[in-house]
Design a binder for this molecule. Structure first.
Ligand SMILES: [Zn+2]
Length: 139
C-alpha cells in the first residue's frame, strides 16, 4: 500500500514537468503569434491561401492529424507555423512561411512537398513529418 501511494505522485510529478515545459512553450508561442502580424503585412499580393496538411509519425508512419488552413489578408501570419503533435516534442514544428515565400517569388499558384520536424530523436531520425499542399490566390 505504502509503495503504491509513493509511486503515484512520483509518476505524476514526472508527467507534470513535461507539461510545465510544454505550457511554457505554448505561452511563448502565443506571444510569438501576437507579435507575428497579419498575412497582408508580409504578403500584400495574396488574397487567400489554402493549405492542406497531413502530419505523420516518422517519415511515412500512420497519420497523426490532417487539417486544412484557410488564410485571408487579415489572418495571423503565425498560422503558417504548424505545431508538432509529438507528445514529448517541445521545440519542434513546421514553418511553411519560406514555402509560401518561394511560391510568391516564382509567381506560382500552388506547390506541395514534405517537411520533417525540426527536432530529431536520439537516433537522429525525425519523429514526425508533414506533407503539405499550398494553393494561393493573388489579388
Ligand atoms: Zn516534433
Amino acid at each position: 500500500m505504502t509503495i503504491k501511494s509513493e509511486e503515484k505522485p512520483a509518476r505524476k510529478k514526472a508527467k507534470r514537468n513535461i507539461n510545465t515545459e510544454k505550457n511554457a512553450r505554448r505561452l511563448e508561442l502565443i506571444q510569438k503569434k501576437l507579435d507575428a502580424g497579419l498575412l497582408s503585412e508580409k504578403f500584400p499580393e495574396i488574397s487567400s491561401v489554402t493549405i492542406h496538411v497531413i502530419q505523420f509519425y516518422g517519415m511515412t508512419g500512420p497519420v497523426f492529424m490532417e487539417r486544412t488552413i484557410n488564410m485571408v489578408p487579415g489572418s495571423n501570419i503565425y498560422l503558417l507555423h504548424m505545431p508538432c503533435m509529438g507528445e514529448k516534442c517541445v521545440n519542434g514544428g513546421f514553418d511553411l512561411t519560406s514555402k509560401v515565400e518561394d511560391l510568391v517569388r516564382n509567381n506560382r499558384k500552388s506547390g506541395k512537398g514534405k517537411m520533417l520536424c525540426q527536432v530529431t530523436d536520439a537516433s537522429g531520425a525525425s519523429h514526425a513529418s508533414i506533407s503539405y499542399d499550398i494553393s494561393i490566390k493573388y489579388s
